[in-house]
Design a binder for this molecule. Structure first.
Ligand code: HEC
Ligand code: HEC
Ligand code: HEC
Ligand code: HEC
Length: 390
């Protein structure tokens, strides 16, 4: 069981709120993740740039809770050149000696927290892979697996360069691929996001004097359909919800409040207030507001309340507006409001800027294949589009 990173989101998507509260909630969530991962007997976790943006000292502290390896070969201390986390892991599986190692692309901007940049460095992943593969071969490992948090193009390059790698577990790429992508000797496995799926790879080795052949079978398991709740995990999740709830509804403080330089220098800062909320649109766009009120979008938050999930990080991004952004949800923006489709509107109409034209890709952020399997743009749009102004 491996996780290929970008686990410790402080907010919904790529935009990270500075609010202290978001960080506190994510810290609670980190505990939840690591404790439930322990229950699931995870073997390894390879941090992504989002995880590193917490700051390496913080991440190291968090890693103490985990009874599995933080696996990353190419994050080094500048002074000693030593890896910060465990560079590789050797595990006997069904009689086969398997070696795993973790890589993180050095191309993402903002990977290292500004305060980490002097002491730590992400070295060239290809070079680091070469070194660790040599080491694994010396240790008589038969099957090598790279957990690679990087762009797909970099994963392909890795598979091209090292015929010793049998599997590349893809991180960062976010897509769901039901079939492995075969590159040279390797199969690249991409199993979606948000813990909705698990990719299961079964393999065996046929060893002949002149060659070794790998036999393998891959499948994507949709967790939603197959599994019920694990009682201990469910209890832990409920505890998280109870702990997080007061934080969600805590009074909003100024984003740059707090003197802690770690907090102020979060790599994914996004401190501009932008959302104003549906109430402020009524006076000028009443017909559109009335129409919106009748759509499911206007009761998306109520749906979560009904299911007692209104303080759940995994649901909120799609059932609210501007989740995780400063002045997004957590102030007032329950439901999928006007600004989910028309963009944040602070300043409108005085600034006489036009909002973005509503397009399918905005819908797809929430209407993902997993959450909205029947999504079809034209008929869906017909149900929710606003009437023209008179
Ligand atoms: C004080 C009146 C006023 C308020 C309040 C107001 N609007 Fe508008 N809005 C206008 C006017 C006037 C136009 C037409 C401007 C034009 O012709 O492009 C407009 C145009 C629009 C348009 C079409 C053009 C574009 O910019 O995309 C959208 C969408 C829109 N408003 C959304 C909103 C939303 C969402 C809110 C609430 C967050 C809102 N408006 C609040 C006056 C207002
Ligand atoms: C911020 C996330 C988000 C965005 C963006 C979004 N939706 Fe939705 N949509 C939802 C959620 C959540 C529901 C379910 C609401 C509920 O709880 O009933 C939903 C429900 C719907 C429904 C069924 C409810 C109804 O009133 O018939 C339609 C149709 C729909 N969306 C169309 C669209 C289209 C078209 C777009 C893009 C123009 C879009 N949505 C953008 C989250 C979103
Ligand atoms: C990736 C975005 C996304 C996330 C995350 C998400 N939802 Fe939704 N949810 C949707 C969309 C979109 C729909 C509407 C689907 C459609 O009608 O095609 C929906 C519909 C629903 C509905 C059906 C609404 C109704 O009554 O008709 C429920 C219930 C629901 N979501 C609950 C949840 C819960 C609970 C969570 C957290 C575990 C969650 N959702 C997380 C996007 C999301
Ligand atoms: C699910 C997405 C969605 C949501 C939510 C939504 N709209 Fe719209 N709205 C549209 C679409 C689609 C159009 C048609 C114009 C276009 O394609 O850009 C539109 C058009 C408009 C227009 C321009 C009408 C014209 O004459 O051109 C206004 C104003 C507007 N919406 C205001 C609002 C307000 C106010 C809300 C919230 C109360 C809201 N919209 C919520 C999708 C949405």
């Amino acid at each position: 069981m491996v996780d290929s990173g970008d686990l410790l989101y402080s907010a919904g998507y790529d935009i990270f709120g500075l609010a202290k509260k978001d960080q506190d909630i994510t810290a609670l969530k980190a505990d939840l993740f690591f404790e439930t991962y322990n229950l699931m007997k995870y073997d390894a976790f390879t941090p992504g740039e989002v995880d590193l943006s917490w700051g390496i000292p913080e991440l190291k502290k968090m890693s103490k809770k985990a009874r599995f390896a933080f696996l990353l070969t190419n994050l080094r201390e500048v002074k000693t050149k030593k890896p910060v986390f465990q560079p590789y892991l050797i595990k006997e599986m069904g009689g086969i000696r398997v070696g795993l190692f973790g890589l993180l692309s050095n191309r993402f901007s903002g990977s290292l927290h500004p305060l980490d940049k002097e002491a730590f460095q992400l070295t060239d992943p290809m070079e680091a892979a070469g070194q660790v593969i040599d080491e694994l071969k010396q240790k008589r490992v038969k099957v090598i697996i790279a957990v690679a948090h990087m762009e797909e193009s970099e994963q392909k390059k890795l598979a091209e360069a090292f015929r010793e790698i049998y599997f590349v577990v893809s991180g960062h790429t976010r897509s769901l691929k039901r079939q492995p992508m075969k590159i040279r000797n390797a199969q690249i496995l991409t199993a979606g996001t948000r813990g909705e799926y698990v990719g299961q790879m079964d393999f065996s080795l046929k060893e002949k004097p002149d060659e070794t052949r790998l036999l393998s079978h891959y499948r994507i398991i949709d967790l939603k359909d197959l599994w019920g709740e694990h009682p201990q995990a469910a209890k832990r999740v409920n505890q998280f919800r109870a702990d997080a709830k007061p934080l969600y509804f805590a009074e909003k403080k100024s984003p740059d409040e707090g003197k802690d330089p770690w907090t102020q220098n979060r790599a994914y800062a996004y401190p501009i207030p932008k959302f104003v909320g549906d109430q402020s649109c009524i006076s000028c766009h009443q017909p559109q507001h009335e129409n919106w009120k009748k759509t499911g979008h206007a009761k998306a938050f109520q749906t979560l309340v009904r299911d007692k999930r209104e303080s759940d990080h995994t649901c909120l991004p799609c059932h609210t507006t501007g989740f995780g952004e400063v002045s997004g949800f957590a102030d007032v923006l329950e439901n999928v409001q006007c600004e989910s489709c028309h963009g944040p509107r602070r300043g409108h109409p005085d600034d006489s800027k036009k909002g973005p034209a509503v397009a399918e890709k905005q819908c797809l952020v929430c209407h993902s294949p997993a959450k909205s399997p029947n999504f079809d743009y034209a008929p869906y749009l017909a149900k929710v589009r606003c009437p023209a102004s008179r």
